[in-house]
Design a binder for this molecule. Structure first.
Ligand code: SAM
Length: 339
């Protein structure tokens, strides 16, 4: 009996040793798995933080400049373009990076930016530029005709009205849009809304003069150019700025739109609710209202309608002289050297 008891004791010792070994093994495995999990978590978090730092905003310096050298001298030594050289290179670089097929440009003037875009797409198959300028005079696009007529085969120019008039003709699937119009409110905020329904998902939008609230803040027009600054900053997407010292002295930037921009349209429509610096002619207002009714929802429509009705009176009481050029080009051309 005692012997038997001894056996039982021995057996239970073996069992408990086995049990201990097994448990020990399990806890080692558990610790190892936990350790590996923590390492993976740290690597993952580092990756997220690292990527975010790189993306917001991404200073863009990888220009493919060779193709730009062909037009550089003309743009530097003529009155075709009032962009800085770094801005021209940035626009060229963005086009070369994204290789867009369908491009829309708002704001042509003599055609400096049209030349940059047309030159940058000359070797991109099926690429085409549609340019729009609200003015209808000889000057609009004249530098393309004068200096680079060979680039015109990929170009369609619409003159004399706002984008709302031409967008259905141009059609959807736009890969890239370039905005350089008034910089005064409503300006580019409104222009963006007129192009947005025709943009491809994840299209690229480029805005000139995004820092005029600072770089153009002296003189009688002090602090009046906010439109590009506002819209550039509220659009959701990956932002690109030129390389170099300083933050607000680039005055140009690009955005690769986030997917599903529909989610954000109410913010974009609300951005029109500030005090406008000019009031577009009623014929343009009619086009805008019809456009918004067709391509936006009721909330956007109501928001924009209210902004229009408020600003119709507001601008009457607070006109900005320099901007008369837009409202009545003939009467005030001597007051207006630059829009
Ligand atoms: C700053 S200039 C454009 C300069 C040109 N992008 C360049 O870099 O050489 C602005 C032009 O925008 C035009 N403009 C103003 N408002 C506009 C609008 N809503 N739609 C289209 N063009 C507009 C003006 O007539 C003017 O020619």
């Amino acid at each position: 009996m005692y012997k038997n008891n001894n056996n039982i004791y021995e057996n239970s010792k073996i069992i408990s040793n086995n049990f201990y070994d097994k448990n020990h093994k399990h806890s080692l495995i558990f610790k190892l798995v936990l350790f590996l999990f923590l390492i993976a978590l740290i690597v993952y978090l580092k990756k997220i933080l690292f990527n975010n730092n790189k993306k917001q905003p991404f200073y863009f310096d990888q220009f493919e400049t060779n193709i730009y050298n062909g037009i550089k001298d003309v743009l530097e030594n003529s009155n075709c373009s009032n962009m800085w050289n770094s801005q021209r290179q940035f626009l060229n670089g963005v086009i070369r990076k994204f290789k867009p097929k369908k491009i829309v440009e708002l704001g042509v003037s003599f055609g400096g930016s049209s030349i940059i875009i047309l030159n940058a797409i000359k070797d991109i198959k099926y690429s085409h530029l549609y340019s729009i300028d609200v003015l209808n005079n000889e000057k609009v696009g004249s530098c393309v005709n004068k200096y680079f007529p060979q680039l015109k085969e990929k170009w369609t120019l619409f003159k004399g009205n706002i984008a709302a008039k031409y967008m259905e003709k141009i059609g959807g699937n736009i890969d890239l849009a370039f905005f350089d119009t008034t910089h005064h409110e409503p300006g580019e905020i409104l222009d963006f809304l007129l192009i947005l329904p025709f943009l491809k998902e994840e299209a690229v939008v480029v805005f000139h003069d995004i820092d005029h609230q600072i770089t153009y803040s002296r003189g009688p027009m002090k602090r009046s150019e906010w439109a590009s600054y506002i819209i550039f900053n509220i659009i959701r997407g990956e932002k690109f700025l030129p390389m170099g010292e300083g933050i607000f002295n680039k005055d140009i930037g690009a955005i690769k739109l986030e997917k599903n921009q529909k989610k954000f349209i109410h913010d974009y429509c609300r951005a029109l609710g500030g005090q406008w610096h000019y009031f577009p002619p009623e014929s343009h207002i009619e086009l805008i209202i019809n456009f918004v009714q067709k391509y936006y929802d009721r909330e956007c429509f109501d928001t924009i309608k209210e902004a229009i009705d408020f600003n119709r009176d507001f601008v009457k009481d607070n006109p900005i002289i320099r901007y008369r050029k837009y409202i009545n080009p003939k009467k005030s051309s001597e007051n207006s050297t630059k829009i």
